[in-house]
Ligand binder design. Structure first.
Ligand SMILES: C[S@@+](CC[C@H](N)C(=O)[O-])C[C@H]1O[C@@H](n2cnc3c(N)ncnc32)[C@H](O)[C@@H]1O
Length: 405
């Protein structure tokens, strides 16, 4: 596609905060109008003509400019809009297709962190949005096959491992960070790290309920279930799992403050609970995995993954290298907190689809449940929290099972 540096978007997972707000994300320099001294004047003229044509010209006009080499990566100074943003306002899917074929970047963000996809959504233009989303999936898959997503070989692709050394972006730093438990202004319990990032917040309880309902729903004998949960946090999901009386309930937790809290509140004494202290990587990768399987020889009926300050690559390692070996192959369900691209609807959709394709690669077939979460949009929920880790009205909840061929 193109080699110019464009806005760099980090897709974070697990409440890491390197999302899409330009004020807080590690954004590469966007090529905007104020960088004009770096752009040869003929190219600049073509770039500006393409913005105008995308905004109000004909499709042929846009095609002609692309044929002349007009750059699709240029974003104007006022709004930070690219040709794709202007085209998105016109509800012309074919125009979007033409620009994307001409090299426009599906996830270029404007000054407010919105992609052209958000413009389509705000206008109710589903067809236009799908054109952009599908291009995003194609382009991210291609980047993945070429090995470009986890390294930073191209600044235009989703960066699946956030380059953030703070507590919210680096698991090692987080695990040394002091945690505090308090009540938010919404009256709900929350746990914050030393930087004031929300590690887990009470507004998520209905979501956690939904995860358990969908993982365990329709199972006739919940008493017989073996469940594995990664990441205790506030223990919301573990309490819900306990109410289903599983025969085995393993909790893997790495943070010493959380472990101390669990001891102090009697979690270690819950029926059939076994707490594995340490990182999931220590217990579930390599030879130690065997020890966990000895606790449930047929594998686990439900596995849930919800950590903090880890990236998509960690989640991918989990579902590639752990899940297929320990999920009960007939009925077992794997689910995870889907915080992928959590502040931008288009990026949430594209990164969820990318995860789906990666799961298919290892024989996990995923179905998505669209869950509305109006609660997360309330202002008081986020008072006293450094940054929102979630900013969407809807959540794509994954339910994955091994494909039986
Ligand atoms: C978001 S909270 C989990 C919330 C939980 N689902 C609930 O319902 O309350 C994330 C938890 O994962 C733990 N954690 C982070 N990295 C981990 C790792 N690599 N292995 C195991 N636990 C980890 C954190 O200490 C934290 O307790």
């Amino acid at each position: 596609m193109l080699n110019q540096p464009i806005s760099l978007h980090s897709v974070s997972q697990y409440r890491s905060l390197l999302t899409l707000n330009p004020a807080s994300s590690p954004v590469n320099p966007v090529i905007m109008a104020d960088d004009t001294e770096e752009i040869p004047s003929e190219l600049l003229t073509l770039a500006q003509a393409l913005l105008v044509a995308s905004k109000s010209g004909s499709l042929q006009n846009v095609k002609d400019l692309l044929a002349q080499g007009a750059p699709t990566w240029y974003q104007d100074e006022d709004l930070g809009w690219s040709c794709l943003h202007y085209a998105a306002e016109r509800r012309m899917p074919e125009l979007l297709e033409t620009l994307l074929e001409g090299g426009a970047v599906w996830n270029a963000m404007d000054s407010w962190g919105r992609t052209a996809g958000e413009i389509c959504l705000s206008l109710g233009d589903r067809a236009g949005w799908e054109v952009i989303r599908n291009d995003g999936i194609r382009s991210e898959m291609l980047a993945h096959f070429l090995g470009g997503t986890s390294s930073s070989s191209s600044a235009t692709h989703l960066k699946l491992r956030a380059n953030d050394q703070s507590s919210a972006g680096n698991n090692e730093v987080f695990l040394k960070s002091k945690l505090t438990w308090d009540l938010g202004e919404d009256g709900k319990e929350r746990v914050l790290d030393a930087d004031g990032n929300g590690v887990m917040m009470g507004w998520e309880e209905p979501l956690m309920k939904q995860h358990v309902a969908l993982m365990i729903a329709g199972r006739p004998d919940t008493v017989g279930l073996a469940v594995l949960n990664i990441g205790f946090g506030l223990g919301i999901i573990d309490r819900i799992i306990q109410s289903e009386s599983p025969r085995l309930h393993i909790i893997v937790e790495a943070h010493s403050d959380v472990l101390a809290h669990m001891k102090a509140t009697g979690v270690y004494d819950w029926p059939n609970v076994k707490v594995l202290e340490g990182r999931w990587q220590d217990h579930l990768i390599g030879k130690n995995l065997k020890r966990v399987l000895e606790l449930s020889a047929d594998g686990f009926d439900a596995i849930f993954m919800d950590t903090f300050a880890e990236g998509y690559e960690d989640l991918k390692t989990f579902f590639e290298s752990v899940v297929p070996d320990i999920l009960e192959p007939q009925q077992g369900v794997f689910s995870f907190w889907n915080g992928l691209g959590a502040t931008n609807a288009t990026i949430h959709a594209v990164s969820s689809s990318l995860a789906e394709l990666h799961m298919e690669d290892v024989g996990l077939h995923v179905q998505w449940q669209d869950v509305p979460i109006a609660e997360s949009q309330r202002e008081e929920v986020w008072k006293g929290v450094r940054r929102r880790y979630w900013d969407l009205p809807g959540y794509k909840l994954p339910i994955a099972k091994m494909c039986m061929h």
